[in-house]
Design a protein around this ligand. Structure first.
Ligand code: GDP
Ligand code: MG
Length: 442
């Protein structure tokens, strides 16, 4: 398959001390083939190719990085740039409107997203405003029941705007109100008019454009029309039916056109078949390369070794300023790669050896199983709670427990563990610079 020939091309660079223009040409050609096959718009592919070529030829690898690793990093960075980051959807009260053509998967996505938010401990409601498609009410109601979420619709009404208005009022207690809209087979003026009216009534915090993975050249035009109809514009895309053969690359033209990002991926007909968009997984899928993660980890490792700047978690950062749950999470993720915390601390100049022995053993005792639980718990926490765990009191603990499906005890353990690590780091911070330097010279 295409993925393996790209990997072959990349592997051919192993051990080369210089990468020629021809080498880069070969890589770019392989990537182009994969992306075009995945329906990515030709001009986007061209832009990506140009960027990779320019950077690979002009930028110097940082000292100690092999040319191959450097090219890999450029390729990966440019691919992430192409697919974009995940749409930010803070776990807080919000109204989300879904738009898209008939059959794109809006109603299914509404129920899936409601299910997703409910797993995060929030209370979602689905409001169905489709009066166009026969059976739309029953379908939406049934899916909401499967997702076990609140539902509002009016089976006998033919006024979508009124349904939206009533629905928002009727479900005012919900945290996340998801407004499903009608579609048409093709872009028609009445569809756009109806959407405009619903949009002005609902005033959604987020408007997501739902696209079938099989969408091809039509994506750009469609996206532009929807973007114009919605007052605040489309600010996220959902790609559905990724369980089929289509890779969803066509949707990238819509992302580009609306200057937005991808929020969710749908891959199946049940309410659970939804995942948050994540660049590296999507890139792997586009290129048909299963082990892109491994590839990028190698690049990361190379960057670590050279000390080149990296957005990733840096153990030394913990020694300055606040230690948040996010730091703790990064630390836990890093642990999987680098080894346990005490070893990580050993890697920081000046913190090795004897100091670690003075710490209580259980300060470092996060078993794999507990770590996994903690990850799930943190997935159900808001940005605010992750930045400042002190705000988590009893009622938030209950919400997080419900969302994560973990006992309240586990949430308290996480907070306790965080506190311990924080105290430990304070101890290190207490040491003056002079102490550090002296230790480093030893
Ligand atoms: P809407 O017209 O935009 O509301 O689209 P629907 O939600 O009614 O979906 C249209 C059809 O696509 C239905 O038969 C869904 O079951 C199916 N569908 C939606 N999302 C997915 C998906 O991710 N995978 C698969 N296989 N089918 C899907
Ligand atoms: Mg529908």
């Amino acid at each position: 398959d295409l993925g393996s020939s790209l990997r072959g091309t990349l592997d051919n660079l192993r051990g080369k001390s210089r990468i020629s223009e021809e080498d880069i040409q070969d890589i770019v050609k392989e990537i182009q083939r994969s992306l075009l096959q995945a329906d990515v718009d030709v001009s986007l592919v061209q832009e990506l190719s140009d960027n990779i070529k320019t950077r690979a030829l002009e930028e110097e690898p940082p000292g100690g990085t092999s040319p191959r690793d450097w090219v890999l990093r450029i390729v990966y960075e440019e691919l992430v740039d192409l697919v974009g980051e995940s749409t930010e959807l803070p776990l807080e009260e919000q109204t989300i409107m879904l738009a898209g053509l008939q059959g794109s998967g809006k109603t299914t996505t509404a129920a899936k997203m409601a299910w997703w938010f409910s797993k995060k401990g929030l209370r979602p409601a689905v409001i169905q405003t489709d009066t166009f498609r026969p059976g739309a009410y029953d379908q939406a109601k049934q899916m909401a029941e499967r997702a076990e979420v609140e539902f509002y619709g009016e089976p006998d009404s033919d006024d979508p705007v009124q349904i939206a208005r009533d629905g928002l009022e009727a479900t005012a207690d919900a945290d996340v109100q998801i407004v499903d809209t009608a579609g048409r087979h093709a872009l028609e003026d009445d569809l756009i008019e109806e959407l405009e009216q619903i949009d002005r009534t609902v005033e959604p915090d987020h408007s997501l454009l739902v696209l079938d993975a099989a969408i091809g050249q039509g994506a750009k035009d469609q996206a532009q029309k929807f973007d114009e109809a919605i007052a605040e514009g489309v600010d996220g895309v959902v790609i559905t039916k990724l369980d089929g053969t289509a890779k969803g690359g066509g949707a990238l033209a819509a992302v580009n056109e609306t200057d937005s990002t991808i929020a969710f991926l749908g891959a199946g007909e049940t309410v659970k078949d939804i995942e948050r968009f994540e660049p590296s997984g999507f890139i792997s899928r586009l290129l048909g390369m299963g082990d892109l993660k491994q590839l990028t980890e190698r690049v990361e490792r190379a960057m670590e070794e050279t000390g080149a700047e990296d957005e990733d978690w840096d153990p030394e950062d913990m020694l300055e300023g606040q230690f948040t749950l996010k730091d703790m999470r990064k630390q836990m993720e890093t642990m999987n790669k680098m080894g346990p915390l005490d070893q990580v601390m050993d890697m920081i100049p000046g913190l090795g050896g004897g100091l670690m022995d003075q710490l209580p053993d259980d300060a470092m005792d996060v078993t794999q199983e507990r770590m996994r639980d903690f990850e799930v718990v943190m997935d159900s926490m808001t940005e605010e709670e992750l930045e400042n765990p002190r705000v988590v009191g009893q009622s938030r603990t209950e919400r997080i427990a419900k969302g994560s499906g973990k006992p309240e005890e586990r949430i308290r353990e996480l907070l306790q563990q965080h506190k311990q690590m924080e105290q430990m780091l304070k101890q290190f911070q207490g040491m003056g610079d002079g102490d550090m330097e002296r230790m480093m010279q030893q």
